[in-house]
Write a protein that binds this ligand. Structure first.
Ligand code: MG
Length: 235
């Protein structure tokens, strides 16, 4: 039995990972453009895609802007390489399929989530990203049955590390911050964000990189595997 009333999870990099997902998906889009008669180099498309994100984030204080949907991202990327923008909706779907193909559960993710579901009064999931894409990821790896109502930034109009999304999660699970733990792999979004509203935090630091220099917040627990997270929670 865990001491926590509520256990909340991040998704990307915490329960699921992607291997070369972005590059692979961009290559699929380049191939689809060529099939439709538009000669586009995969490397050029990849560079344009990265530049669109870099520039949009720079204009939004380093965070992903809410207006940058997958389709809008494709449209702007296609504009950069002189590909037809009206193909953006269709090829955004190709891109998403490519991303999903590169998705995998992180080791021990299902056994951890099953144990938390069994042993903790409530649990939930907070993730930054597009609603359709994050729901598709959960379904792809079979985690949707554990998290039927994920809190997804684009659907809520706020994102980690802002306090509002963590506060909405507390309301959803009916727990106080002081009896809740948040588990995530991003020091800034997850550890600082959740600690900012008074939650305990577990930082999944698979690379063993240690807290960033000058970090204002120490995680309640730093773990390198989800098995260690399970031991910390006592489930
Ligand atoms: Mg993450």
């Amino acid at each position: 039995m865990t001491r926590y009333q509520a256990v909340l999870f991040d998704l990307d990099g915490t329960l699921v990972s992607e291997v070369d997902g972005v590059e692979r998906a961009t290559d699929l889009v380049a191939a689809a453009l060529r099939e439709r008669g538009h000669e586009v180099d995969g490397g050029a498309l990849n560079a344009a895609r990265a530049e669109v994100v870099r520039s949009a984030m720079a204009d939004n204080r380093g965070t992903w802007p809410e207006w940058l949907t997958r389709v809008e991202w494709m449209r702007r990327t296609f504009r950069q390489v002189s590909a037809p923008e009206d193909l953006a909706p269709e090829l955004a779907a190709v891109y998403l399929a490519g991303r999903l193909d590169g998705l995998a559960l992180i080791d021990h993710a299902v056994e951890l989530v099953e144990a938390v579901q069994r042993e903790a009064p409530s649990m939930g999931l907070i993730t930054n990203g597009d609603g359709r894409e994050q729901r598709a990821k959960l379904a792809r790896v079979g985690l949707d049955r554990f998290f039927p109502n994920p809190l997804i930034s684009a659907e809520l109009g706020t994102q980690k590390p802002k306090p509002a999304i963590f506060e909405q999660a507390l309301a959803a699970v009916g727990a106080k911050a002081g009896e809740t733990v948040y588990i995530g792999n991003s020091y800034g979004n997850d550890v600082e964000g959740a600690a900012g509203v008074g939650m305990d935090t577990v930082w999944l630091d698979q690379a063993g990189s240690g807290s960033p220099a000058g970090a204002a917040v120490e995680p309640t627990c730093t773990a390198s595997t989800l098995r260690e997270v399970r031991a910390f929670l006592g489930v």
